[in-house]
Design a protein around this ligand. Structure first.
Ligand code: G4P
Length: 188
C-alpha cells in the first residue's frame, strides 16, 4: 500500500531497539482518512471470507478494526487488558508485550466469541506475534474459526509472521518493513 509506506517514511520516527513510532497518524493521533483507506485495503484483501466478526486487542488495534467492521457490517470485538469485575464468562490468556517488556492478560467475554464465528483479527503492528498468538489461543478455546489476520505494519525482521504462517494463518500486512537499522526505514 504505497500511500501508507509514503506516510511511514514522512511521519514515522525511529526509536532505539528497532521500534518505529507512528503515533502521529496510527496509534495515538489517528488520521481517520488514511485509516479508512487501510480498512478498504484489508476488506479487499480478505474478500469472500464470510467473516462474522472483527477481533482486535486494545488499544491501538481498535481504530483500524472499527473501520473494517463498519465496511464489513459485522461487530468488532476487542480483547481487554484489564478484566472488568462485571464480566461474566470471561476467557483470558497471557501475552508478552515487546514495547513494555511485560506480560498482560488479555480477556474477552466468551459469549461474544463462539464456535459460530469466523473472525478476522486486525492490529496495528506485527512484531513478535505475541498478541496475535494470544488471540489465536482465545479463538481455539472457543472453537471459533480464524479467517485471517491483518496488520498495518509488519516488522519483517522479527518472527511474528513466520510463527503465524507456520500455524497456517493467512497473514496480510499492508507495509512490510525489512529493516530499521542505520536510521533508515527499508521496506521489503
Ligand atoms: P506483537 O505486536 O506482534 O504482539 O509483538 P510484540 O510482543 O513484539 O509487541 C507487543 C506490543 O508492542 C504491541 O502493542 C505492538 O503493537 C507493539 N509494537 C511492537 N513493535 C512496535 C514498534 O516498532 N512500534 C510501535 N509503536 N509499537 C510496536 P501493545 O502492547 O498491544 O500496545 P497497544 O499500543 O496496542 O496498547
Amino acid at each position: 500500500m504505497e500511500l501508507l509506506k509514503e506516510r511511514i517514511l514522512k511521519d514515522g520516527i525511529l526509536l532505539s531497539g528497532g521500534v518505529l513510532r507512528v503515533d502521529n497518524f496510527i496509534n495515538h493521533q489517528i488520521d481517520a482518512v488514511l485509516m479508512m483507506d487501510i480498512a478498504k485495503e484489508f476488506v479487499a484483501r480478505f474478500a469472500g471470507r464470510e467473516i462474522t466478526k472483527v477481533v482486535t486487542v486494545e488499544a491501538s488495534g481498535i481504530a483500524p478494526a472499527i473501520f473494517v467492521g463498519y465496511l464489513l457490517k459485522v461487530p468488532v470485538l476487542f480483547a481487554k487488558k484489564n478484566r472488568p469485575n462485571t464480566m461474566d464468562n470471561s476467557i483470558s490468556t497471557s501475552v508478552y508485550s515487546f514495547t513494555k517488556s511485560d506480560s498482560n492478560e488479555i480477556t474477552m467475554c466468551g459469549d461474544y466469541l463462539t464456535k459460530e464465528d469466523k473472525i478476522l483479527f486486525i492490529d496495528d503492528f506485527l512484531a513478535n506475534g505475541n498478541t496475535a498468538l494470544g488471540v489465536l489461543k482465545l479463538a481455539e478455546f472457543q472453537k471459533a474459526e480464524v479467517a485471517g489476520m491483518g496488520f498495518i505494519i509488519e516488522k519483517g525482521f522479527q518472527d511474528g509472521a513466520s510463527k503465524l504462517k507456520e500455524l497456517g494463518v493467512d497473514v496480510v500486512s499492508l507495509a512490510k518493513i525489512k529493516s530499521l537499522g542505520n536510521c533508515e526505514i527499508i521496506f521489503e
